[in-house]
Ligand binder design. Structure first.
Ligand code: 5GP
Length: 105
């Protein structure tokens, strides 16, 4: 079964999309925990940070490159939190890798 984020990537359900390229999509969180709350999501459905290995680790570098680009574009690059929740016990609700970007600037 597709994750909710795959459904967004495939335009099956709507989202406020900030950025998209071949490998990632960036959306605004539906329940923001800060003034700016973005989710950087790989298009490939990797469940958690714990599922990163040598075959897919390139995506982490790309996610952080996109974080730099997006935070500069939005004028929040001087202050934000970048967070992965890992696994249910780590507070992860959606089992499709995503990097939270939170800023109150
Ligand atoms: P997690 O707890 O898995 O680290 O974070 C999942 C995040 O996805 C939460 O902050 C939640 O608000 C957000 N979220 C869940 N469903 C949707 C959705 O359908 N659309 C958007 N834009 N965000 C969602």
């Amino acid at each position: 079964m597709s994750s909710i984020f795959t459904k967004i990537i495939e335009r099956e359900i709507p989202a406020d999309i900030e950025y998209e390229d071949e490998d990632v999509i960036v959306i605004h969180d539906i329940a923001p925990q800060a003034k700016h709350h973005l989710l950087i999501i790989p298009k490939k459905e990797i469940a958690t940070l714990d599922d990163i290995d040598e075959t897919n680790e390139y995506i982490l570098r790309h996610m952080f490159e996109v974080a730099r680009t997006i935070t500069r574009k939005k004028g929040i690059s001087q202050g934000y939190k970048a967070q992965f929740n890992v696994g249910k016990d780590g507070g992860q609700e959606v089992m499709h890798l995503h990097l939270h970007i939170l800023s109150d600037i």
